[in-house]
Ligand binder design. Structure first.
Ligand code: RIB
Ligand code: CA
Length: 325
């Protein structure tokens, strides 16, 4: 079954691999891409996205530029994607043009014109999506669900407890999760598990396809960027990162998914943390709130991926990338 998909990206080393996957996989009908500042500046995100689409031999998929910065915070680009946001890997300049509309207007028009509901796959800080939902709630019936790479039911990466996409724009993530749109969280609990081993990465790097060589270079960048900068002792070259969220879209059976209340911490040291409530019983916070003036409001219950068959997604990723020119 083909899924109509709108991607929201901050391309980004792993966003690039996700775009390659989305272009290549037969079950994904990629109808548009919106760009937002995050891993790197908005200008770099747009430029990188167009160049990756070119290399993938993609059809003329419309691309629109969105928010230059988060709703509240300044831009705090990720330090792990290199100077140009694409691992400083040089790619030919693109001849594609960017849609003249702002990403929010573009997404509204795209969703309202769609003959069937659209799946939004969010691989970046959710500023564009929050603005879309606040400015144009009329699009909500046209959204099948929002699958977002972000958050964590365990530890963080941007901080000890917060994952980068949510940490970069916590208010936006809170708006999206609380919007009532069916939402699926592909967080660090699974994001960090799916890796490609060195032999496969190097086979891509030296292989016949330009897209495969880019993927190999992106995976090598991921490895080179490991904290100690040394080859990963496990032999794994690099995380497929955001591309894992596209694997989750087309092969959800490889995941262990639970439904839990999730809310985003907006204050204090835990700001940007996704608080995933996995308790099986009512807690004291509810019991003792019963009599208080401000009754506890239950966070939104969403699908949360908590484990993954990492080998299955690694094989799916490699098989899909192998079909690109
Ligand atoms: O925390 C990982 C996420 O932050 C990924 O989407 C990566 O591209 C960065 O945006
Ligand atoms: Ca990203």
């Amino acid at each position: 079954m083909t899924l109509r998909v709108l991607l929201d990206v901050d391309t980004g080393v792993d966003d690039a691999m996700a775009i390659q996957f989305a272009v290549a996989h037969p079950d994904v009908d990629l109808i548009g891409i919106t760009c937002v500042a995050g891993n790197t500046s908005l200008g770099n995100v747009v430029d990188n996205t167009l160049r990756v689409l070119d290399l993938a031999g993609a059809p003329p998929i419309p691309v629109a530029a969105g928010a230059l910065r988060p709703l509240i915070e300044p831009v705090r680009a990720s330090h792990v994607h290199g100077g140009n946001g694409l691992g400083d890997i040089p790619l030919p300049e693109s001849t594609r043009t960017v849609d003249e509309r702002h990403a929010v207007d573009f997404a509204r028009d795209l969703l309202l014109a769609s003959s069937e509901p659209v799946t939004i796959v969010a691989l970046a800080p959710q500023t564009n999506l929050a603005l879309l939902l606040r400015l144009h709630p009329e699009v909500i019936p046209q959204i099948e669900r929002i699958l977002f790479m972000g958050g964590s039911a365990s530890g963080g990466n941007a901080t000890a407890v917060a994952e980068f996409n949510v940490w970069h724009d916590p208010e936006a993530a809170s708006i999206v999760i609380g919007s009532g749109v069916p939402t699926f969280m592909y967080g660090l609990d699974v994001f960090n598990q799916v890796t490609i081993d060195e032999a496969d990465a190097d086979a891509l790097l030296t292989g016949p396809s330009a897209s495969g060589r880019l993927t190999g270079a992106l995976l090598r960048h991921q490895m080179a960027d490991d904290a100690d900068g040394e080859p990963d002792p496990s032999g794994y070259a690099g995380h497929i990162g955001d591309a894992g969220a596209l694997c989750a879209l087309v092969d959800p059976d490889a995941l262990h998914i639970e439904r839990h209340p999730v809310r985003v911490a907006l204050a204090g040291e835990s700001r940007g943390q996704t608080i995933v409530d996995r308790r099986q019983r009512v807690g004291e916070d509810t019991v003792h709130a019963a009599g208080s003036a401000a009754p506890a409001t239950r966070p939104t219950v969403i699908d949360v991926a908590l484990d993954v068959d990492r080998e299955r997604y690694a094989r799916l990723f490699l098989a899909t990338i192998a079909t690109l020119p």
